[in-house]
Design a protein around this ligand. Structure first.
Ligand SMILES: *Cc1c(COP(=O)(O)O)cnc(C)c1O
Ligand SMILES: [Zn+2]
Length: 414
């Protein structure tokens, strides 16, 4: 078999054709792929040819790379909305104001449900359906649930989503509900919801799609493959990622390792992981040189997608940062909102959590960690229309929303 699930603690190996999100020893599961017999140059040619696909599963920006993601899943079991295929932009205005040599934005926000969660979710739901599951569940601050609800509906299955009591974006809940998912208001935090599903999910016959599901990480690796392919297999010096549950940094790191191992990229970029100050237990652990993560019991930030106090994937994230000489930092909500305004007004747009990337880049340049002569790419994780509470608060302060203007007054404004 080309792919198996291995326990990070005891090393026990499972077939990929099993469903598990934890080992019986309590250890985290990781997928190990055997790339023996694969040739990096041939893969590049194959992936390039598939860019011309419009309707087969290979038109997807995830399944284009199927050989590196879920090689043995039969094609007919793939549930796809042609996710990935996300724009890679620059903004000359932002680049110049920062003074950096080269700056890219990867708009994962353009995914079908509006966030990068789709890259992983298509893999998890396809896997679950292939194994015969028809009930899927997750605990989510919003984007994971919208994505799960969308793919479950596409696959003719049901979705149950646990929504924490506070700090969620109503737009995301509405989207989830509209796709037909059962929305369960849960008396507890996002972290409590995960721990319930980890303990009880399997016996309730639920296929659990939180970020601890290793299949999601495999799908999310495609983000780095696609970024590398669009840049002709030469990545910038720095990849800047906002971090909440730390699934994205884990997945991107794993994707980088794959590309390096296959000889498809010559050198690893460095990863900068950015957390919101009020929800930054991982950054604190790294900055203080602690050997384990102390959960933050009351995570607090306006960037709702980053409001996670006990990120389960921290050991993987730490390994990734060590591997690529990565760094962490934290930014304030003010810095996040200022960066969001710049990204929105560049015509690219993103939700607050995503803007932590640009805010982090700014801070790391100020501190001298990232040099002007280097190049950087910010991952924009979610769509502008996802988490709009802050926009609503800001727009009601402007005159145009308070009183309708007469024609004469309009002429004065113009
Ligand atoms: C989930 C999410 C994040 C955080 O990603 P993790 O993998 O949990 O670290 C950041 N931004 C957006 C928009 C998200 O939906
Ligand atoms: Zn184990």
């Amino acid at each position: 078999m080309r792919m198996k699930m291995v326990c990070a603690d005891c090393g026990y190996e499972r077939s990929w054709m099993e469903y598990a999100i934890k080992c019986t020893c309590g250890g985290r599961l990781e997928i190990k792929q055997d790339f023996g017999g694969l040739d990096g140059e041939k893969l590049k040619a194959l992936f390039q040819k598939r860019l011309a696909e419009r309707v087969s599963v290979y038109a997807s920006g995830v399944w284009r790379y199927k050989e590196l993601i879920l090689p043995e899943l039969p094609e007919e079991n793939i549930i796809t909305k042609y996710e990935g295929n996300n724009g890679l932009y620059t903004s000359e205005r932002i680049r110049r104001s920062m003074g950096i040599r080269n700056l890219y934005f990867k708009a994962l926000s353009e995914n079908p449900s509006g966030s990068f969660k789709d890259n992983g979710m298509t893999a998890a739901v396809s896997h679950g359906r292939y194994l015969g599951y028809s009930r899927f569940a997750c605990s989510s601050t919003g984007n994971t649930s919208s994505s799960l609800a969308m793919y479950a509906a596409m696959g003719g299955a049901s979705a149950y989503v646990f929504v924490p009591e506070s700090g969620i974006s109503m737009n995301k809940v509405l989207q989830t509900w509209a796709y037909g998912a059962q929305v369960i208001r849960f008396d507890g935090t996002y972290d409590d919801g995960i721990s319930f599903l980890e303990r009880k999910g399997k016996e309730l016959g639920l296929y659990v799609c939180n970020s601890v599901n290793p299949l999601r990480i495999e799908g999310q690796k495609s983000i780095i493959y696609e970024t590398a392919q669009y840049l002709n297999w030469e990545l910038p010096d720095w990849i800047v990622i906002p971090g909440g549950a730390l699934s994205n940094v884990s997945a991107l790191g794993k994707g980088l390792e794959d590309l390096k191992q296959l000889g498809m990229i010559a050198k690893l970029p460095r990863i900068a992981l950015v957390q919101a100050e009020g929800a930054s237990p991982f950054h604190r652990m790294m900055a203080e040189g602690k050997d384990r993560l102390i959960p933050e019991p009351h995570p607090d930030t306006t960037a709702s997608a980053l409001k996670i106090g006990n990120p389960p994937s921290w050991p993987i994230a730490r390994r990734v940062l060590q591997l690529c000489q990565g760094v962490t930092c934290s930014v304030t909500d003010e810095e996040i909102l200022e960066s969001k305004r710049r990204i929105d007004q560049a015509g690219i747009g993103c939700e607050p959590a995503s803007a932590a990337s640009l805010a982090g880049l700014n801070k790391l340049m100020r501190e001298g960690t990232i040099d002007k002569e280097e190049t950087a790419l910010c991952m924009l994780t979610g769509n502008l229309l996802k988490d709009t509470d802050i926009l609503r608060a800001q727009i009601t302060e402007t005159a145009i929303m308070t009183s309708p203007l007469t024609v004469e007054a309009v002429q004065r404004v113009l």
